[in-house]
Design a protein around this ligand. Structure first.
Ligand code: RTP
Ligand code: MG
Length: 141
């Protein structure tokens, strides 16, 4: 399987729960490497730009409010099959549907406050990484 990069966001609810280390640890334990990471408090416009693909959805306004409600941790994860591996570790969007042992099953409260974001394809991963990081801020090992 090819080495890939994917974008992870630890959302405001999980940062507030003091779960940054626990979540990054799950990625590392699964064989993914942190290639870049930083803490940010997104403006509402920055959150809206990031989730622009969902602009027409009924939940877009709430999603933008939530993602700009407190600091987040944005991380580039790298490893074999990183995009699908991260989605597997995250679990289903709604924590009620998330498999036991996934990040959302263990840390998410609701479909809105669902602990983590992860890129859903190679194309979106490249765009999402570029939204937050320059090439000189990303380190492969
Ligand atoms: P994410 O983009 O945050 O990793 O989540 P995802 O791929 O699992 O889900 P997506 O469909 O991309 O939706 C983005 C975020 O919008 C909220 N959402 N609410 N009320 C609803 O039906 C609904 N659907 C989605 C979730 O917080 C989801 O993470
Ligand atoms: Mg998504």
């Amino acid at each position: 399987m090819a080495v890939e990069r994917t974008l992870s966001i630890i959302k405001p609810d999980a940062v507030q729960k003091n779960a940054i280390g626990a979540i990054l640890g799950r990625f590392e334990q699964a064989g993914l490497r942190v290639a870049a990471t930083k803490m940010m408090h997104l403006s509402r416009d920055e959150a809206g730009g990031f989730y622009a693909v969902h602009k027409a959805r009924p939940f877009y306004g709430e999603l933008c409010d939530f993602m700009s409600s407190g600091p987040v941790v944005v991380t580039v994860l790298e490893g074999e099959g990183a995009i699908a591996k991260n989605r597997d570790l995250m679990g289903a969007t709604n924590p009620k549907d998330a498999a036991a042992g996934t990040i959302r099953a263990d840390f998410a409260d609701s479909i809105d406050a669902n602990a983590v974001h992860g890129s859903d394809s190679a194309e979106t991963a490249a765009w999402e990484i570029g939204y937050f990081f320059g090439q000189r801020e990303i380190f492969s090992r």
